[in-house]
Design a protein around this ligand. Structure first.
Ligand SMILES: [Zn+2]
Length: 285
């Protein structure tokens, strides 16, 4: 029988669509948890096979999925996370996949890993990327399904599991406006995600008043910067993350923001109401 003196294992599961999704607005807060002894798992629905190839010596169209999988594995090693899980859905085709199967695979991971905290994209996927929206929906469906007994990742039947907290990533619109001002000042266009941007520029990001959780992470910069740059195929010449002065990029990533979906904030509470994804949870020894 579980008692308050027998804390549950300290496990966090972050569920994303593409290798490198974990780096933006999330990796610092996850690293903060990892440094305190939380086991951090990243589950990535695709291997990023439709991504860029910044340098043709790094990958070909045929090898890109394998190269990006290894980039994610290296990023997780640099951050002290557990080995990531990659589901190998097609990059750019997640919304067209069988959504029940996708949610079932995420639910199986939840029953296997038994995370106390789950993190995924917000409902608009940040900038309306159809893959991000699909993994958001699948993760919410999976959290609900995993409360009941069902299959684990190895196919065996496991008891249900209910995470203590569920978070969506938050990209405050005020922070995006500052980022755009920096980009324009340095001669880059404002944020534009091309044909994968599924919503208008004004709808991108998160209304500031929804942010429940602001995690200061500037002190973790060297490790998260190294992890971001481990995704070498995505960050080549011309990319603002490579071209801009490091201090500018560091400033963008000084605080990681989230929207706590469950439990939701108490009405009337001033937000943000916490500064850590693990706030209020015990650490297992
Ligand atoms: Zn992505």
């Amino acid at each position: 029988m579980t008692t308050v003196d027998d804390p549950k294992p300290s496990v966090l599961l972050a569920v994303f669509a593409h290798p490198d999704d974990e780096e933006f607005g999330t990796a610092g807060a996850l690293l903060r948890c990892a440094e305190r002894g939380v086991t951090v798992h990243v589950l990535c629905a695709t291997r990023g096979d439709a991504g860029q190839i910044a340098d043709p010596t790094l990958a070909t169209l045929e090898t890109l999925a394998a190269v990006r999988e290894e980039e994610l594995r290296e990023a997780c090693r640099l951050l002290g996370f557990a080995e990531p899980t990659l589901l190998d859905y097609g990059d750019g085709r997640l919304a067209a996949a069988n959504q029940d199967e996708l949610a079932g695979r995420v639910a199986a991971a939840i029953r296997s890993l038994r995370p106390r905290v789950v993190v995924t994209f917000d409902a608009n996927g940040g900038y309306g990327h159809a893959d991000h929206i699909a993994i958001h929906r699948a993760t919410l469906a999976a959290v609900a399904a995993a409360a009941e007994a069902g299959p684990r990742e190895d196919g065996a039947t496991a008891a249900g599991h209910r995470p203590d907290k569920l978070y969506a990533t938050g990209y405050p619109r005020s922070a995006m406006a500052r980022m755009n001002a920096d980009l324009v000042r340095h001669g880059f266009p404002a944020l534009d995600f091309g044909d994968v941007q599924g919503i208008a520029a004004a709808e991108m990001g998160t209304p500031d008043e929804r942010i429940t959780t602001a995690v200061p992470v500037d002190d973790l910069w060297p490790r998260r910067w190294a992890a971001l740059r481990a995704h070498q195929t995505q960050y080549g010449p011309g990319n603002p993350f490579v071209e801009l002065p490091e201090t500018v990029v560091r400033n963008w990533m000084a605080v990681d923001f989230f929207v706590r979906l469950d439990p939701p904030p108490t009405p009337g509470t001033a937000l943000p109401d916490e500064a850590d994804l693990w706030a209020g949870l015990s650490l297992s020894t």
